[in-house]
Design a protein around this ligand. Structure first.
Ligand SMILES: NC(=O)c1ccc[n+]([C@@H]2O[C@H](COP(=O)([O-])OP(=O)(O)OC[C@H]3O[C@@H](n4cnc5c(N)ncnc54)[C@H](OP(=O)(O)O)[C@@H]3O)[C@@H](O)[C@H]2O)c1
Length: 574
């Protein structure tokens, strides 16, 4: 096996998986090459096919008991009793979720879903679980226990999720039914420690992933409550973004978490990192020699990372009006995308090195001064307009919005990176809602050619490399010598394969396997807040005026059209 192939197979998923479809579904290849991948698949002869029809008259709890039990005899008896479980003819067996992470195993046998009646669960989490069930990638015997305050029974919860899956998932009806039969529900108030202890269970509980699909304000009390539930080495906690609401709160959350669980068992979610399109950034850089030599301040003039969407509030004013574009998109997602552009190649192809490289990239982002915030940030809010044929009211008139909060629906800031590679190159991050069309991409703008070349070939344009973040394109704007020596602009375009799975299915699969590579470190969240906090403070203090743009605008607000071509220090050779 050559060295490059070994890198692909062993722990290289975060860098490379987007370019190697389904290594985890190719057991033969893993068998041959991946000596340090623990158990990712069962030999065919050991894979069982279990019945999924529920016993007549069985209680909810009986029907949801997992089929896989600890002994072979127990499993046979379970099958004979026709208890409900995944149809897992070729599914990974339970141990297949276990993977050595920093010298220990994570083995998830139960998901405890806190916030089970919420939007995230309905639209993204349960469809992702159903998608994995359909792809036979769920561990046999996995149990899913949902919880929220509303006094639902398991039957109510199943009915609710069945309706949501019908609306938001494309899986076959049989898979949907199987998934729904595996659900249980227990009402609880997660701010009460005794409720959380009851949900988590005693020391004999199965390895549990506690998924906090809860509003940011609830995370700290829940973590304190979880601290009293004595989570163990086989348990894990998943925390939705945003991680904290500022630097101080992120530090407090990290403080509680560090006392409770080893870092690899804490999954701080930034779902952009699990997006196969976003992951292509590192694959493009590190699997192709041609880009890395020009990936620096000598050749790159500026970088723009944009996420403009035509969506408005979509019924989420309660959350969005407290967050705004800067917290919702820039602090988490776009800063992480920037880290993938900025980072050095990881020293090893493993999760720890990959995360450390991202963290180093964020550490290198200069904290903006007040003067820089005044001149290099922009906030704006949409006014009434039309997106296509849809009339959109002014943001402040949207139901659930409190105009006194002064929340922005568009945010843009330009940052400098203090490294030998990037010093002097402005990185502009921008995101906004209610634009005419959605447009999300990374644009790497290369420096202009020397003057004598431009004089000889008028019209010669600097190269730009564009990577789509919602569409799988990679485009390089190039110039060719056309007829009669006239420069001709041409685009080289690669169309990568579309993503195999939804983002949340990727994310869930990584957690079930205990692979932390695509989840942010506590310090990554803190570094992002270090950069964003002064901007939020300056905006709240009125240092940067709130601008306006009409809903349905085709471009960001005009003050931003002057493009920065340098920031901080002069470009140096790397
Ligand atoms: N929705 C999305 O598209 C999306 C995308 C990415 C990230 N996120 C993140 O995911 C998290 C959840 O978002 P969401 O949109 O699902 O919020 P949501 O729709 O408001 O749901 C919140 C859930 O929390 C439960 N809850 C509230 N207080 C509780 C308490 N004291 N004890 C127990 N349960 C309680 C609610 O149920 P009861 O009222 O019945 O208690 C509900 O199930 C947030 O951090 C958000 O930022 C959401």
């Amino acid at each position: 096996m050559d060295r490059a192939h070994r890198l692909v197979v062993v722990g290289a998923a975060p860098l490379i998986a987007a370019h190697r479809p389904g290594p985890e579904t190719d057991p033969a290849r893993l068998d041959r090459h991946a000596s340090d991948v623990d158990v990712l698949h069962a030999p065919r002869a050991q894979r069982g096919t279990y019945q999924s029809s529920p016993r007549q008259g069985a209680s909810d709890r009986d029907r949801s008991r997992p089929l896989a039990t600890t002994s072979a005899a127990g499993r046979r008896a379970g099958a004979a009793r026709h208890l409900a479980t995944w149809r897992c003819g070729r599914a990974l067996r339970r141990r297949e979720c276990a993977r050595r992470v920093h010298g220990r195993s994570v083995m998830i046998e139960r998901i405890l879903l806190l916030g089970a009646s919420g939007d995230l669960t309905s639209r993204l989490l349960m469809p992702a679980i159903a998608e994995l069930a359909e792809a036979e990638l769920l561990p046999a015997g996995l149990r899913i226990v949902g919880s929220a305050r509303r006094p639902w029974s398991t039957a109510d919860f199943r009915e609710h999720i069945a309706t949501q899956l019908e609306r938001h998932s494309k899986v076959a009806p049989a898979t949907r039914d199987d998934v729904v039969r595996c659900l249980e529900y227990e009402p609880a108030d997660v701010t009460r420690a005794e409720d959380v202890r009851r949900l988590v269970g005693g020391p004999e509980r199965p390895g549990t992933l506690v998924y906090l699909a809860l509003a940011p304000a609830l995370i700290e009390p829940v973590l304190h409550a979880l601290a009293s539930a004595a989570l163990g080495a086989r348990d894990a906690v998943a925390i939705e973004k945003p991680f904290g609401v500022d630097l101080a709160s992120a530090r407090r959350l990290n403080g509680v978490l560090r006392c409770e669980l080893p870092e690899p068992s804490i999954f701080r979610i930034d779902h952009f990192l699990s997006d196969e399109l976003v992951r292509r950034v590192t694959a493009l850089r590190f699997l192709n020699r041609i880009f890395e030599p020009v990936w620096n301040a000598v050749h790159v003039e500026r970088v723009e990372i944009s996420w403009l969407e035509s969506l408005t509030l979509e019924g989420r004013a309660g959350y969005y009006d407290q967050a705004g574009a800067l917290r919702d998109m820039v602090q988490s997602h776009l800063m992480e995308v920037m880290a993938l552009v900025v980072m050095e190649p990881p020293s090893r192809a493993d999760a720890a090195s990959y995360r450390a490289a991202r963290l180093e990239a964020l550490r290198a982002v200069a904290t903006p001064s007040l003067d820089e915030i005044r001149s290099r940030t922009l906030r704006a809010r949409y006014t009434a307009g039309a997106i296509g044929t849809r009339r959109v009211p002014s943001y402040v008139d949207e139901p659930g919005v409190d105009p006194r909060r002064d929340t922005e629906t568009y945010a843009s800031l330009t940052l400098g990176i203090e490294t030998m590679r990037w010093s002097g190159v402005p990185f502009t991050l921008r995101s906004g809602k209610a634009f005419a069309t959605s447009a999300a991409e990374i644009a790497i703008h290369f420096r202009a050619l020397p003057r004598y070349v431009r004089d000889t070939w008028p019209g010669v344009e600097p190269n730009t490399l564009r990577l789509g973040l919602t569409e799988p394109y990679v485009r390089v704007a190039t110039t060719l010598d056309g007829p009669d020596g006239v420069a001709e602009s041409r685009a080289l375009e690669l169309c990568a394969s579309p993503p195999r799975r939804s983002v949340y299915a990727n994310l869930m699969l990584d957690m079930l396997r205990g692979d932390p590579a695509l989840f942010i470190l506590g310090e990554e969240a803190e570094e992002a807040w270090r950069v964003i906090d002064p901007v939020i403070d300056a905006w709240h203090a009125g240092e940067v005026p709130m601008r306006e743009y009409a809903a349905g605008a085709s471009a960001p607000p005009s003050a931003e059209r002057r493009r920065p071509t340098s920031i901080g220090a002069t470009p140096q050779a790397p």
